[in-house]
Design a protein around this ligand. Structure first.
Ligand code: SAM
Ligand code: SF4
Length: 393
C-alpha cells in the first residue's frame, strides 16, 4: 500500500460519522446525605440544616432546558435519579421534577424510571408518592444485613431497617434493586455468604454486589481499615456468582445480577455506550452528534451549582480516545457485545478497535466469535490489564 493510501486509511479510522444516534437516557444527581460514609467518593454532601429542595429542582430544570437544543427530536428511554440520598427529597419535589422533564422532552411510554433510596431515609408514604410521580424502580443502598458491618461502614441504618425498607419497596414498586457490598472490614467468606443469601431471599428482581474499594479522598483511604486480602475477596466474588446463579439470577455485568427480563435498562445504556444527559451538581453526560461524541460536566459544589446560570460546556472526545472509552463500559458486560456495536456507538470504523482486541485475545483476556466479543474470566478479573490495551498511544 502506498504511503498516501495508508495515510487515507488512518484518517478514515479517525473520522466519526453516525447514521443513527444511540438511545438517550437522563441521569439526575441529588447531592445530599444525612451523613457522609467514610468509604464514599461520590459527589455527596452531609446535610446541614434545611435543604433547598425547591431551589434545587428549579436549578435542575434550568440545567435540563440548557441541554434541550442538543437533543431536539430525541426521546428519553430511561431516567435515573441518583445521589447522594434522593429519598431525602419529598415526593412533591420528585413529582415536580418529572413533570418538568416530561413537559420538555418526550419519554418513551415504557421508560424505566429508577430512584435511589437509603434504608435510613425511607418511609412507606414517601415511596407511594414517588411511585405516583412516575418512579417505577427503586434501588436500595442496603450494603449488608449485619449490624456490625453496617457500623463499620458508618451507615445510618440497621439491618432491620433495611429489611423493612425492602418490604416497603417490594410492596410499592416490585421492580427493586438491592445494593450490597462485600470485602468489608473483618468480613469472612461465611459472613459475605449470609448477606448474599439473605439478599436473594426477598424476591427482588435485581441485586448489585460491589467489592468495597478504597477510593482517594475518603476517610477509609487515609485511615484504611483491615480488609480481606485479594484471594479472600476473589473467593467471595466466586461464591456470590455461584450463590446468585443458584437463586435464579443472571450475572450480566461486573457487579449486576438480574432475574431473567429484569436487567437495568439505564445502566445497560451506559455499558453499551449509549447517550445520556447528566443534570445536577457534578453530573456528567455524553452525547453523540452526526460527526462527534461529546462530554459535558457540571459544577460539583451544590451551592455553586445553585448559583450557576445553566450554561454548559461540551467537549468533543478525540476519536483516538473512543476505543478506550467504549471498552471502559462494554468490557463490563459478562455476555460480551456484538462486534457491530462499536461502530454503531462510536461512529468509527470497526477496524479502529482491532489492534486492542487482537492483543486482548492473545493475552487470553477476551474471546471472539464471528460477531461477538466477550471478556474471558481472566479479562473480567483483570479489567485494568484489559483496558490498558485500548489506551491511545
Ligand atoms: C451512588 S451510591 C448511592 C446509594 C445510596 N446513597 C446509598 O449509599 O445507600 C451506589 C452504591 O455504590 C456502592 N458504593 C459506594 N461507594 C463504594 C465503594 N467505595 N466501594 C464499593 N461500592 C461502593 C454502594 O453499594 C452504593 O449503594
Ligand atoms: S449514603 Fe450513599 S451517597 Fe451518601 S455518603 Fe453514604 S454511600 Fe455516599
Amino acid at each position: 500500500m502506498s504511503a498516501a493510501r495508508i495515510g487515507a486509511v488512518l484518517r478514515d479510522l479517525r473520522k466519526v460519522s453516525f447514521s443513527a444516534l444511540p438511545p438517550l437516557a437522563l441521569y439526575v444527581h441529588l447531592p445530599w446525605c444525612v451523613k457522609k460514609c467514610p468509604y464514599c467518593d461520590f459527589n455527596s454532601h452531609e446535610r446541614q440544616g434545611e435543604l433547598p429542595f425547591e431551589e434545587y429542582i428549579a436549578a435542575l430544570v434550568r440545567d435540563f432546558e440548557a441541554m434541550l437544543p442538543s437533543v431536539w427530536g430525541r426521546r428519553l428511554h430511561s431516567i435515573f435519579i441518583g445521589g447522594g440520598t434522593p429519598s431525602l427529597f419529598p415526593a412533591a419535589q420528585i413529582d415536580a421534577l418529572l413533570a418538568a422533564v416530561r413537559a420538555r422532552l418526550p419519554i418513551e411510554p415504557d421508560a424505566e424510571i429508577t430512584m435511589e433510596a437509603n434504608p435510613g431515609a425511607s418511609e412507606a408514604g414517601r415511596f407511594r408518592g414517588y411511585r405516583d410521580a412516575g418512579v417505577n424502580r427503586l434501588s436500595l443502598g442496603v450494603q449488608s444485613f449485619d449490624d456490625a458491618m453496617l457500623k463499620a461502614l458508618g451507615r445510618i441504618h440497621s439491618a432491620d431497617e433495611a429489611r423493612r425498607a425492602i418490604g416497603m419497596a417490594m410492596d410499592t414498586f416490585g421492580n427493586v434493586n438491592i445494593d450490597l457490598m462485600y470485602g468489608l472490614p473483618g468480613q469472612t467468606l461465611a459472613m459475605a455468604r449470609a448477606d448474599i443469601e439473605e439478599g436473594a431471599r426477598f424476591g427482588t428482581p435485581h441485586l448489585s454486589a460491589y467489592q468495597l474499594t478504597l477510593e482517594p479522598n475518603t476517610v477509609f483511604f487515609s485511615h484504611p481499615p483491615a480488609l480481606p486480602g485479594h484471594d479472600a475477596s476473589a473467593d467471595m466474588q466466586l461464591m456470590i456468582e455461584a450463590s446468585l446463579a443458584g437463586a435464579g439470577f443472571e450475572h450480566y455485568e461486573t457487579s449486576g445480577f438480574a432475574r431473567p427480563g429484569w436487567r437495568c435498562r439505564h445502566n445497560l445504556n451506559y455499558w453499551t455506550f449509549g447517550d445520556y444527559l447528566g443534570i445536577g451538581a457534578g453530573a456528567h453526560g455524553k452525547l453523540s452528534f452526526a460527526d462527534r461524541v461529546t462530554r459535558h460536566e457540571r459544577i460539583k459544589q451544590p451551592r455553586e451549582y445553585l448559583a450557576a446560570t445553566g450554561e454548559v460546556a461540551q467537549r468533543a472526545i478525540a476519536a483516538k480516545e473512543l476505543p478506550f472509552e467504549f471498552m471502559l463500559n462494554a468490557a463490563r458486560l459478562v455476555d460480551g457485545f456484538a462486534t457491530d456495536l462499536f461502530p454503531a456507538r462510536t461512529g468509527l470504523q470497526a477496524r479502529a478497535l482491532e489492534p486492542g482486541l487482537r492483543a486482548a485475545e492473545e493475552g487470553g483476556l477476551v474471546e471472539r466469535s464471528a460477531n461477538l466479543v466477550r471478556p474471558t474470566e481472566r479479562g473480567r478479573r483483570f479489567q485494568n490489564e484489559l483496558l490498558r490495551l485500548f489506551l491511545p498511544d
